[in-house]
Design a protein around this ligand. Structure first.
Ligand code: AHR
Length: 521
């Protein structure tokens, strides 16, 4: 029996809605074919953005969208993506399949897309191969509302008004594809670049209190997985000049980078390893946060996990550079576990961006021509979005361990030490979080990672006058159940039955391999 105590009157702070953020890169068919088909396409679209995808994303309430990369960001020159489309410069997308990028989706299109789906933009600028002047001018183009060369250009391109830009990344993975830099070198570069990313004065802000005036939230490129030295050096040198530090961590079950494992054809061992590696996000956040605490004890600098999710072998027969993978119940559990960890780390973690939105890695949506399908990951994001901007409340859980005697051969992303390997054989069976929303409803999200064991749950709800409960569940019989174009509803959320509520005590059975959200009123 698993025991949970929820103290609904003990606040653990706000769950920033940005924890539900997403990532869209010029990679494979994420932008082209996924989000954007062009105005002349036969696929129904609004100003080139495909309507079916737009409608599906609106239901998710995507709070923030990161763009244009990823590795692409540090090769992207924003001026190539503005002005008349027929004259936009073409480039080679060297990171992703060597395809020609025609720059038809650029700054204006991205910001239009964000507006259409109601998401805030998160622009990741080019530090690796760009210049300080180029970055400075992008900020001016985006945000300045006075008279200047960049605002003149913006008006000529049809947008006289500035956009409301807050989230601004200064480089991506600069330890690797973003320039192969040492942390010290990057941190100093960050300091230089960030000075020129100005907070332009805006007439519209003149009577607003300081905290409400539009300002950039400058994000420094963070570590890869468990590169704690990177965090240490960047926090030491650049921390005082940054509002946020990013962290990237992918769940890769395979032993070698070249053999990450199939997205759909896997066994119980692969399931366990995937769950355990998804759970590793907690250890990484805890350890990076501890280093950040040393330089920033007041937690002024946020940790933004702006790339995470499953990374499997590409679907057979697809372009290896396009990172197109299917999505199963296993991905749903990874999404649920990751979101619980991000929400439970809300003292330091202010944003998460799952990679990526459409057709790439752990996608919400898959498209093929005019067809579209919603993945199990999409359904978890839709079920969980009740936690956006809610108050996290205290939740203590006692549950069984979920263990398997697996051998790890890999060294490509840790664990490297024998003691880590031992720890990687076990994890809590249930991951959970609880929050109270603006209307006073209490939501409890639960993920049963076990591929085999149901869990009897007894929830003691304190500090809350609970009179009714309802729930939704996402699960399926087979571990690799997926939605595809022929069977788009093979796995969808259903009503969760079998809930008993009496005197503030709630009991139910949480099935193996399931994700559940309860609503208590
Ligand atoms: O999301 C795919 C790639 O993974 C991104 O471009 C890069 O930042 C990361 O290595």
């Amino acid at each position: 029996m698993a025991k949970l105590i929820v103290n609904a009157d003990i606040s653990k702070g706000k769950i920033n809605k940005e924890i539900y953020g997403q990532f869209s890169e010029h990679l494979g068919r994420c932008i082209y074919g996924g989000l954007y088909v062009g105005e002349d396409s036969e696929i129904p679209n609004i100003r080139g953005m495909r309507l079916d995808v737009v409608e599906a994303l609106k239901k998710l309430k995507v709070p923030v969208l990161r763009w244009p990369g990823g590795c692409f960001a540090d090769e992207y020159h924003w001026k190539d993506g503005i002005g008349p489309k027929e004259t936009r410069k073409r480039m080679v997308n060297t990171n992703w399949g060597g395809v020609v990028e025609d720059n038809s989706f650029g700054t204006h299109e991205f910001l239009d897309f964000c507006e259409i789906i109601g998401a805030d933009p998160y622009i990741n600028a080019n530090l690796g191969s760009g210049t300080v002047q180029e970055m400075m001018e992008w900020v001016e183009y985006l945000t300045f509302d006075g008279e200047s060369p960049m605002t003149k250009l913006r008006a000529e391109n049809g947008h006289p008004e500035p956009w409301n830009i807050k989230w601004f990344g200064i480089g991506n993975e600069n330890w690797g594809c973003g320039g192969n830099m040492t942390p010290e070198y990057y941190a100093n570069e960050y300091r230089r670049y960030s000075v020129f990313c100005k907070d332009y004065y805006r007439e519209a802000d003149k009577d607003k209190p300081k905290e409400e005036q539009r300002k950039l939230f400058r994000i420094a490129g963070g570590p890869n997985i468990d590169d704690y030295k990177w965090t240490e050096e960047v926090m030491k040198i650049a921390g005082p000049h940054a509002h946020g530090l990013s962290l990237h961590y992918y769940t890769v079950p395979g032993d070698k980078w070249e053999e990450k494992g199939s997205a759909t054809d896997f066994d119980e061992r692969d399931w366990f390893i995937t769950m355990r590696k998804a759970y590793r996000l907690k250890e990484l956040i805890d350890k990076h946060s501890t280093i950040m605490d040393k330089y920033d004890p007041k937690k002024r600098v946020a940790l933004l996990v702006d790339e995470y999710g499953t990374w499997f072998d590409v679907e057979p027969g697809t372009n290896p550079g396009f990172l197109y993978q299917q999505n199963t119940l296993r991905d749903a559990l990874v999404a649920g576990i990751s979101l619980c960890i991000l929400m439970n780390s809300n003292d330091r973690v202010k944003m998460g961006c799952i990679a990526q939105m459409v057709n790439v890695l752990q996608a919400m949506i898959l498209t093929e021509g005019d067809k579209m399908v919603l993945t199990p990951t999409y359904h978890v994001f839709e079920m969980f979005n009740v936690h956006q901007d809610a108050t996290r409340v205290s939740l203590d859980i006692e549950c069984d361990e979920y263990s398997m005697d697996v051998k790890y051969e890999n060294t490509h992303q840790g664990p490297h030490r024998p003691d880590d390997r031992k720890a990687m054989k076990t994890m809590p069976q249930i991951l959970s979080t609880a929050s109270v929303d603006a209307n006073g409803a209490l939501h409890i999200s639960l993920c049963n990672a076990s591929h085999i064991d149901d869990a009897e749950l007894c929830l003691d709800i304190r500090g809350y006058n609970a009179s009714s409960v309802s729930g939704r569940i996402l699960t399926a019989d087979a571990l690799n159940t997926m939605n595809d174009f022929d069977q788009p509803d093979a796995i969808v959320p259903n009503e969760f039955t079998g809930l008993t509520l009496k005197d503030g005590k709630l009991s139910c059975v949480l099935p193996a391999k399931s994700v559940v959200v309860l609503e208590v009123k």
